[in-house]
Design a binder for this molecule. Structure first.
Ligand code: SF4
Length: 309
């Protein structure tokens, strides 16, 4: 009953939050800038239904921001929320800053809040580029003040919190981002869906335009640094796992040599070695000799085939 009420009314709550940001089709926001160009342009020119799962994720982000806001307020910190900064020359480039702090000496602190499941060791490139856009726009508005930035990441399931800080505006990165924003804006204005730049990143997992994306039908793909790092990390873990298995087996054999057959007990530890016979079914032979019986008892279960070479 409540599930239905929530799913039917979640849009109203999300609309309230979206209204604070204005019509995202009319400008290129800082959160757009770190994303794949094709995804950003298509999401602005095509009407796409947001899945229930994506809506929940969006809501989770807003709720986290509110919680962080409450905590920082209780801590006696003064800040502005959803502070809007607009590029003085290109008014279609905008940022809505989650939290903007100001020190007594005028230094501005930009804080971007992210909610994830599992916190990465390093911030994702899309987060860093978003923060760069925000910090640089703040710097343009307050050229006399120092500007610093941080990303606060919350994992609501595990309760883990991590802050990535020490960021400062980089004008070279900003110049590249402004060019990208101009390209996106032109494409959206002209409803031009041709030759849009793509890059495989974490965003692909939830991208509504994946089915038609050229990146997923060709051979060699353009891959973001975040994804490259993740694949390399997986490969190194698989290598460690192989070594650990070897090491574990060698230790096991040493203990079997010591115990022979019997039990070793000390300090609450118990190591048992027993010679047994394990019976198993020879499915290949069964399939060959009694194919009908084999088919009758064959069960199916869904699984994900995963392999990294
Ligand atoms: S699937 Fe990935 S590369 Fe393709 S448009 Fe979506 S985010 Fe971009």
């Amino acid at each position: 009953m409540l599930e239905k009420v929530i799913s039917e009314n979640i849009d109203k709550v999300l609309a309230d939050y979206s209204n604070l940001l204005g019509n995202r089709k009319d400008y290129v926001g800082a959160s757009d800038i770190g994303q794949c160009e094709r995804k950003v342009v298509l999401s602005k020119v095509e009407n796409v239904d947001t899945s229930a799962e994506q809506k929940t994720v969006m809501l989770r982000g807003h709720l986290s921001e509110n919680v962080v806001g409450d905590i920082l307020e209780k801590a006696g910190l003064y800040f502005k929320r959803q502070y809007e900064v607009i590029h003085p020359q290109y008014s279609f480039i905008r940022a809505h800053i989650d939290f903007l702090f100001q020190a007594k000496n005028g230094t501005k602190g930009v804080l971007e809040v992210k909610t994830t499941t599992g916190i990465p060791d390093e911030p994702y490139m899309s987060w860093v580029l978003q923060l760069q856009m925000q910090m640089n726009l703040v710097k343009l508005r307050f050229p006399q003040d120092e500007v610093k930035g941080a990303i606060l990441v919350l994992d609501l399931s595990s309760g883990e919190i991590k802050e990535f800080n020490g960021f400062t505006p980089n004008s070279n990165i900003f110049a590249v981002l402004v060019e990208k924003a101009k390209r996106i804006y032109e494409k959206v204005r002209n409803n031009d869906k041709q030759n849009l730049k793509t890059e495989v990143s974490f965003l692909c997992g939830s991208c509504p335009f994946k089915a038609t994306c050229p990146e997923w039908s060709g051979d060699e793909q353009k891959v973001s640094d975040d994804i490259r790092r993740l694949v390399e990390y997986y490969k190194s873990l698989a290598e460690d796992e192989k070594e650990l298995k070897k090491e574990k087996e060698a230790v096991k054999q040493d203990l079997i040599k010591v115990i022979g057959e019997g039990e070793l007990k000390f300090n609450g530890n118990k190591v048992t070695v027993k010679n047994t016979v394990r019976k198993s079914l020879d499915s290949k032979a069964l399939q060959k000799e009694l194919p009908e019986i084999y088919e009758r008892f064959l069960t199916e279960r869904e699984m994900v085939y995963f392999r990294v070479d």
